[in-house]
Design a protein around this ligand. Sequence first.
Ligand SMILES: [Zn+2]
Length: 373
Amino acid sequence: MFKIIKKDGLTAARTGVLTTKNGTIETPVFMPVGTIGTVKSLSPFEIYDEGFKIMLSNTYHLFLRPGTDVIEKFGSLKNFTEYKGSILTDSGGFQIFSLAKFAKIKDKGVEFMSHIDGETHFFTPERVIEIQRILDSDIMMQLDVFSGPDVKREKAEKDLDITLRWAERSIEAKNRTASAMPEKQKDNLLFLITQGNFFEDLREESAHIMSGMDASGYAIGGLAVGESKKTMFRMLEISISNLPENKPRYLMGVGTPADIVNAVSLGVDMFDCVLPTRNARNGFVFTSRGTVNIKNSLYKSETLPIDPECSCFCCKNFSAAYVRHAFMSREIFSQRLLTIHNLHFYQNLILRVRQSIESGSFHDFSKNYSSLF
Ligand SMILES: [Zn+2]
């Protein structure tokens, strides 16, 4: 399922190949965020053609809208979206505890109120696996408890305890549902989510205990929620050092280009983040010169592309002045162009990361790169 191809000599970076029921994915990999099955402003075909062989969607959101009954009619989320690659669905633990109007943890699961229509729902770890079976996700994620920033140790301990119990119940639910599923759905992989808030020993405990469970891979959750970079990377380092070497590691919701390069050097294989797509819609553009703002008057009559070194559809065809004009006039097309560009930038970054690990030059690449962002 996961094979390490090359390990870097100077850092913990590695390249690998992850095999899902719908294809093979070279790692490190960046997954664009298609929360409800669309990456904002692009088609699933464009995402795949840009080289993204896996995208991220969200169980909580898809459950609320359009609902599993709709997706069940299509046989899978993949059929529903017409996306040709693999799909990883986050469980929605993060969304329940950060987005829902309230979330009440009980012994069995969590009761929450939809942020859309105020309706009350109840998720158990088992139910979340069943929903992801209906979505037929290539990679399912366990239901976890996101404690949030600035919580006391007592709460972090309690939340971790629940997350660990839910991890076990998720594995049991996966095994139990496998026997009742059609053959094609038996190989939905399951990743567990390590937590532990910002307490070193809890992070260690979480990764250590979960590494003894039968999961296909491990995510590091609850980071990049307002803590310092130093704290984030410390927690990441502790989590990874307690996870098995031979399983993929997925850092959830991170991050800037420099964060990605730094996390790869600690041994992370998979990433997702809204940054390239959300920033594009707000006019912030990642370029080979660093991050620029398309609203800057510098670009008002710039005949060159936004990034002359970029080979994306936007930069190949349009001047910075034209893109800026469209953006300032609030034309939807400008958001598409900037999203295409930013995702191309992230894809190109991850390609260069992989190439530099394979050629033994990742250490130099990461040193030069971090100063840009
Ligand atoms: Zn471009």
